[in-house]
Ligand binder design. Structure first.
Ligand code: 3EB
Length: 303
């Protein structure tokens, strides 16, 4: 790996993990072989601490923890354990601010009502983060795998400075969702402005207000997600006008798609809205509400 790599994220099942990297075993449906590289700024230090693998440069830290559910008695307690470990690690670190998290686990929509595994995850996350005294929720992604491996994976980015958490004017803040979506709300911000030139947007789905939209149309969900991203970027540009106003060559997009048969629909609806030649990674993954068919991660940079 190049010396100026802080962290690399690889996708699919055939890659072996190592220092400064994590492997997310979601199958790439498009963009196989694309690797998410977080470039460092200066020398990189790597280490291991209490089950957490980390690497940092002078400004940012990347961390990974993987927790077997059976060692903790289920997804809720495994998540609480993971986030307690993250909170303890971050509190003792020179990079105390949790900016952005990515979370993957098996069978996210299994279980009815409050027993749904995603709700268990949300409850565990709140417990685990109780000891992290941070005013803002990190931006986040939570996606389900279907590999039968009951291992929660969390990787994250932390900083020396807090960043600015942003909400989306088209959407109710997730931490204020009404009770119908779970007794314990998801604790994440819609985006984190890490610097005036870097916006890390949370996993974004076809939700307007708090309601899922276009439940019968994957193409409709893609268009709604693009509208959500557009609104969020406009909002961010009020604070950070250097950010590119458009989705294009200053954007990184990653899609999570529930049904592999919808790949053509997603690619077509995106191609009609994006400049040609943009690399696009589409992963086979489950969104946290059963009726949602697609979700995007987005990084928007200056340009
Ligand atoms: C949503 O907007 C869709 O629980 O951290 C997206 C991103 C979603 C992050 C989380 C959930 C989370 O509610 C789901």
């Amino acid at each position: 790996m190049p010396a100026d790599t802080l962290f690399a994220v690889e996708f699919g099942v055939s890659i072996s993990p190592g220092p400064r990297r994590v492997r997310v075993p979601l199958e790439p449906l498009a963009g196989a072989g694309l690797v998410e590289i977080w470039q460092s700024n200066g020398a990189v230090v790597t280490g291991d601490s209490g089950g957490i693998r980390f690497s940092n440069d002078d400004h940012f830290l990347a961390g990974v923890i993987e927790v077997a559910e059976r060692d903790h008695g289920g997804i809720a307690s495994a998540t609480a354990f993971a986030y307690r470990a993250i909170a303890a690690f971050q509190a003792a670190s020179a990079f105390p601010y949790l900016l952005r998290t990515w979370n993957y686990f098996d069978a996210i929509n299994v279980g009815a009502g409050e027993d749904e595994r995603y709700r268990g995850f949300c409850a565990g996350r709140v417990l685990g983060l109780e000891s992290l005294h941070q005013a803002q929720h990190p931006a986040a992604t939570v996606i389900g795998r279907r590999d039968g491996q009951r291992v929660l994976q969390v990787y994250w980015l932390a900083g020396r400075e807090p960043g600015v958490a942003l909400e989306n004017p088209r959407q109710v803040s997730a931490y204020l969702y009404p009770r119908q979506y779970g007794e314990i709300s998801p604790t994440f911000s819609r985006a984190m402005l890490v610097t005036p030139e870097l916006l890390l947007i949370s996993g974004t789905a076809s939700i307007v207000g708090h309601a899922s939209r276009h439940v019968d149309s994957t193409g409709g969900q893609v268009q709604e997600i693009l509208a959500n991203l557009g609104t969020l970027i406009t909002r961010a540009r009020q604070l950070a006008p250097a950010l590119s106003p458009h989705l294009g060559r200053h954007t990184l997009l990653k899609a999570y798609l529930r049904n592999r048969g919808d790949l053509a629909v997603v690619e077509e609806s995106l191609r009609s809205r994006l400049p040609p030649g943009m690399p696009l990674l589409v992963l086979h993954g489950d969104v946290c509400r059963a009726e949602l068919l697609v979700e995007f991660d987005c990084v928007q940079a200056a340009g």
